[in-house]
Design a protein. Structure first.
Length: 233
């Protein structure tokens, strides 16, 4: 595990360790993770999420939908300082933890927190947004059809949705590929990340947004999320 952590986080391993400590203490106390998850934070959460970085282009903008305790969005921001990341989370207790963690880890330059649902991030809420990004990530949020409904509007045309899934990935693709196509997504594919350092590797469903499909009367969103440096909270 130590070798995998070094490979995935490099010279930011100490920063990842600081985040792991916050998850194991404040994260558990505030109900963001169950107490049984504390001993498995590295293998089940941090390494699993950090492996996704290999599917994200250099300097990309990222929106993490249903970020919860910051998985995978905050992990990606730690592993990849070149990324611009927005953590989208509707629950107040979770966004409070995210804001505090971003500040304590010194990540405010590249990470913002948006309190709201994915559809609110796409259309804007309380004078903040709307947002779009090169890559949208999600982990354990919803079945693929619902996730695509919420997330694809946040993806720029030609960008991609990266959904962390488990053994159900191929079954979900079979069941929901038609719904994804109607939303403007390309054919979903399964990607395995970290195959040379993780056992098991991280399983992703990857969907490229090929077409922009908007409901009637919907406002056109901006091309990229990081044009404004105003921090969302």
């Amino acid at each position: 595990m130590a070798g995998a952590a070094q490979a995935l986080f490099g010279d930011r391993l100490d920063l990842a360790a600081g985040y792991a400590e916050l998850l194991a203490t404040d994260g558990v106390l505030r109900g963001l993770l169950g107490p049984r998850e504390a001993p498995r934070i590295w293998d089940r959460h941090l390494l699993n999420c950090a492996a996704v970085a290999e599917r994200i282009p250099e300097g990309a903008s990222v929106i993490d939908v249903g970020s919860g305790a910051g998985l995978p969005g905050l992990v990606l921001a730690i592993a990849r300082p070149d990324l611009s990341v927005i953590l989208v989370e509707p629950l107040a207790r979770r966004t409070s933890f995210l804001v505090e963690t971003v500040e304590r880890l010194g990540l405010a330059r590249t990470v913002r927190v948006f309190r709201g649902r994915a559809d609110e991030a796409a259309t804007g809420a309380n004078g903040v947004g709307p947002f779009m990004a090169d890559v949208v990530t999600a982990r354990a949020v919803a079945p693929l059809d619902r996730l695509a409904t919420w997330s694809l509007p946040l993806v720029v045309r030609g960008g991609r949705l990266l959904a962390l899934k488990g053994s159900s990935a191929r079954d979900e693709i079979t069941e929901h590929a038609e719904a994804v196509a109607k939303l403007g997504g390309g054919e979903p594919t399964v990607q395995l990340c970290g195959t040379d350092i993780l056992d098991p590797p991280t399983t992703l469903v990857e969907i490229v947004r090929e077409r922009v499909v908007r409901p009637p009367g919907a406002k056109k969103a901006p091309k990229r999320s990081h044009g404004s440096r105003k921090r969302a909270r």
